[in-house]
Unconditional design. Structure first.
Length: 211
């Protein structure tokens, strides 16, 4: 039995099968088609017993694409799902020690959270990047390890603060997610229980009904 993992929280989307192959690609549009094709290819000859998916924070549309695809496969296969926070998923990429997981939230904002050995040191937040970096300094001190797309976007600021940037900050954490999910498979839930985790309200809103 194996694990299928899916992550679409950042422009580099990915999927992987535990102990098998993985796929990732930077996609700005059309992620649904590319992801579905990759997942079908990865599942050939595999017996999946668990699906793991990142549920946010991240880009609204991209997250929905990934979660919908993951849940669709889970329902079709009749297996449970282990949802994982997108920032914690990135923290899996870091070595042991203080870590800042940071994603580019656009509009001069960052989705960020500090971890110690992948254990959250506080809640995730939607902050200007300089505030996110300052919070990491206050939580972990200089020398923290930064991972995630935001670590590349704000590399200079992080290094100026004494932080270290991952050699592949934009890499999808799908391989690590699959390993994490298998170790924590007792936490899996039914597909219908999975919820997206947003740190910001969507820009698009339903129109106000007229009186």
């Amino acid at each position: 039995m194996s694990v299928l993992s899916v992550d679409t929280a950042a422009p580099v989307v990915g999927a992987a099968v535990l102990g098998g192959r993985s796929w990732e690609q930077r996609i700005l549009r059309g992620a649904d088609v590319a992801l579905a094709e990759a997942m079908v290819d990865l599942l050939k000859g595999q017996q999946v017993s668990l699906v793991c998916v990142s549920v946010g924070p991240g880009a609204f549309t991209s997250l929905r694409v990934g979660v919908a695809a993951a849940l669709g496969f889970a329902v079709a296969l009749g297996v449970p799902v282990l949802p994982i926070n997108s920032l914690q998923a990135r923290a899996l990429l870091a070595p042991k020690g203080p870590t800042l997981a940071i994603l580019d939230g656009r509009k001069a904002k960052a989705y960020a959270q500090s971890f110690q050995d992948c254990v959250p040191m506080g809640p995730g937040a939607d902050l200007p990047p300089e505030q996110a970096i300052q919070r990491a300094l206050e939580t972990s001190g200089a020398g923290f390890y930064a991972v995630g797309e935001g670590a590349e976007v704000w590399r200079a600021e992080i290094q100026a603060a004494g932080g270290r940037v991952s050699s592949e900050p934009c890499r999808s954490p799908v391989v690590e997610m699959a390993e994490y999910a298998w170790k924590h498979r007792a936490l899996a839930v039914a597909p219908q229980a999975v919820r997206l985790e947003y740190l910001r309200e969507a820009d698009a809103k339903l129109p106000t009904p007229r009186a």
